[in-house]
Structure formats: structure tokens, C-alpha cells
Design a protein around this ligand. Structure first.
Ligand code: HEC
Length: 176
């Protein structure tokens, strides 16, 4: 009697395992007749919010004070993530470009000198043309730091002598 119960129990467990392994399901990308486009892989319903999505609107201008530390962070991140293509000064002549990747525009062209910082932020977030998105590698605060540093780079190439203070002028003139 005892043995019979054991056999029955084993059979029941086996049956249970069978049912889980064979429950109705779709294999990845399997066709699913009946859905509007016959595909089993469904898109999230409109309005779905990913856990990692930022819910508050992005600021339109630099959301933190412009400090030397911020610019130094920007330079570090720019040199790591952007300079390989854009070049250290932003002239569009980085090493990857020298090896055949399509050349980006120089960051010193008139249009890019006029765009708001938010444009650089958006280009990093969403990508631009053939340039892919940096959202997974550069955090939002780092994107602002890089944007501020790009503006500093632009100024570095377009500074006017007249804009310097007398002390700065003297230091510049003293240089060989
Ligand atoms: C793999 C090379 C590559 C890297 C790395 C790269 N870019 Fe680009 N970037 C490009 C190319 C190419 C374009 C031009 C894209 C086009 O017009 O199709 C571009 C365009 C741009 C533009 C100009 C957008 C406009 O309005 O014309 C900005 C600004 C920019 N990149 C910023 C950045 C920043 C900031 C980083 C670093 C976080 C970065 N890029 C990293 C290749 C790169």
C-alpha cells in the first residue's frame, strides 16, 4: 500500500512537471494569427513608462552653477566619449574619423556656436544622424557638463583680444 502511494505521488509530480513544460506559449518572434499584425512580439501599449524613464521634464538650460569643476568633468567626459570622433578641440578630426568613420561637423561652425546648450544635451541623449545615442554611457549631469565644456571649447577658438582684461593681455603678450 505504502509503495503504491509513493508511485502515485511520483506520477502526480511528474504530471505537474509535464504541464509546466508544455503550457501554451509563443517562441520568440513566432507568428501569432489573430493579433492585428499576426506577430506574437507585441509593442508596449502607448504611454508605457519604463522604470528608468525620467518623469520630470528636462531643464532647458544648464541646471547647475557653471563652475571650474563642472568644466573639468565636462572635459574629462568629452575627451573619453566625444574626442575619438570630434577631436580634442572639436574640429571633427578625431582618431576614429582618421580611420574612416564619417566626419562630424566642426563644433566651431557658426550654427553650432549659436545653438542653445540644450541642443548638445539632446544630441547626446538621442543621437544625431549617423551619430548614435550616448544616453546609456553618459549620465544626464555629465551631459550638461559636456555641453558646458563644448561652449568653453567654442570660446577658446573665437575669443577676441579686446575681450581680455589688461592683466590677461599682458600675460598673452609676454608669451613667446
Ligand atoms: C563615433 C563617432 C562620434 C562620437 C564618439 C561622437 N560623435 Fe557627435 N557626431 C558624429 C557624427 C558623424 C556627426 C554628424 C552626424 C550627421 O550629421 O549625420 C556628429 C554630430 C554631432 C553634433 C552636431 C549636431 C548638429 O546639430 O549638427 C554634436 C553637437 C555632437 N555630435 C556632439 C557629440 C558629443 C557631445 C559627443 C560625446 C558625448 C559625441 N558627439 C560623440 C560622430 C560622433
Amino acid at each position: 500500500m505504502k509503495r503504491l502511494r509513493l508511485v502515485l505521488l511520483a506520477l502526480m509530480l511528474f504530471a505537474c512537471e509535464q504541464e509546466m513544460a508544455e503550457q501554451p506559449r509563443y517562441d520568440p518572434y513566432e507568428a501569432a494569427p489573430g493579433w492585428p499584425d499576426d506577430q506574437s512580439a507585441r509593442l508596449p501599449v502607448p504611454g508605457t513608462v519604463a522604470r528608468s524613464d525620467r518623469l520630470e521634464p528636462e531643464p532647458t538650460t544648464l541646471p547647475v552653477p557653471l563652475t571650474r569643476t563642472l568644466l573639468e568633468t565636462g572635459r574629462k567626459q568629452f575627451d573619453i566619449f566625444c574626442a575619438p570622433c570630434h577631436g580634442k578641440v572639436g574640429a571633427g578630426d578625431g582618431m576614429v574619423v582618421q580611420r574612416g568613420f564619417p566626419a562630424p561637423p566642426t563644433l566651431h561652425e557658426e550654427r553650432l556656436r549659436q545653438v542653445p546648450l540644450r541642443h548638445f544635451y539632446d544630441v547626446m541623449t538621442d543621437g544625431f544622424g549617423v551619430m548614435y545615442s550616448y544616453a546609456s554611457r553618459v549620465t544626464p549631469p555629465e551631459r550638461w557638463a559636456i555641453a558646458a565644456y563644448i561652449r568653453a571649447l567654442q570660446l577658446s577658438q573665437h575669443g577676441e583680444f579686446d575681450e581680455l582684461t589688461p592683466t590677461q593681455r599682458k600675460r598673452l603678450e609676454a608669451q613667446p
